[in-house]
Ligand binder design. Structure first.
Ligand SMILES: Cc1cc2nc3c(=O)[nH]c(=O)nc-3n(C[C@H](O)[C@H](O)[C@H](O)COP(=O)(O)O)c2cc1C
Length: 175
């Protein structure tokens, strides 16, 4: 893939919040997870975990936990990506909290891009009641749910969300 193909790949991804009933196949789920496991991580500790949620009933409850966002219920499968503090803190102490958040965020980004690469649609959902998600998924205390990645077959809108200009982000030498 050359640089323009890569840029094209990135700019043709967008959040899709409506999905058909078509299931995501087990080999597609496996591919998305394989891609996530190539992500870099602090000390190569891979301080992330994921709870897969194909079950409609659990998706419905998670949708309520996500302030009734319908795409959480309607996606074919959810990837609930969690930071695993213990894995990272065992080597890095307090700093490991930050590393685990970064590791999990990168892994989730890879999952989202992996879904796009096989023509599935996705939406990253960060707005949810953490305690509710913890309870529903029986998460242990040492992991923190960071994102619910909704994945399914949908129709991309064909127009892409505007971005700030690069100049608004970039500071040279000093802020
Ligand atoms: C950290 C984070 C949290 C987000 N939370 C939500 C959310 O709760 N619900 C939702 O529908 N989209 C959510 N999004 C998706 C953004 O709205 C979307 O990425 C942004 O508007 C840019 O659009 P695009 O993904 O189509 O390029 C989130 C994205 C990120 C990265």
């Amino acid at each position: 893939m050359d640089s323009s193909e890569f840029f094209d790949f990135l700019t043709t991804r967008c959040s899709v919040r409506e999905y058909s009933k078509e299931p995501v196949k087990p080999d597609e789920v496996e591919y998305i997870l394989d891609c996530a496991s190539t992500a870099p991580s602090a000390g190569n500790l891979e301080a992330w975990d994921v709870v897969l949620v194909p079950d409609e009933g659990v998706r419905e409850v998670l949708s309520h936990a996500a302030f009734d966002q319908p795409h959480v219920e309607n996606a074919a499968v959810l990837f609930v990506v969690c930071a695993n503090y213990v894995r990272s803190m065992s080597r890095y102490g307090e700093r490991g909290i930050l590393y685990a958040v970064q590791d999990a965020t990168i892994a989730c980004t890879y999952m989202m891009l992996a879904a796009h690469s096989i023509r599935l649609q996705a939406c990253w959902v960060g707005a949810f009641d953490e305690e509710e998600v913890r309870q529903v998924l029986k998460l242990p205390q040492h992991v923190r749910p960071l994102a619910i990645l909704c994945v399914g077959k949908g129709t991309p809108p064909g127009h892409y969300t505007e971005r700030m200009s690069i100049a608004e982000h970039v500071h040279e030498d000093v802020w």
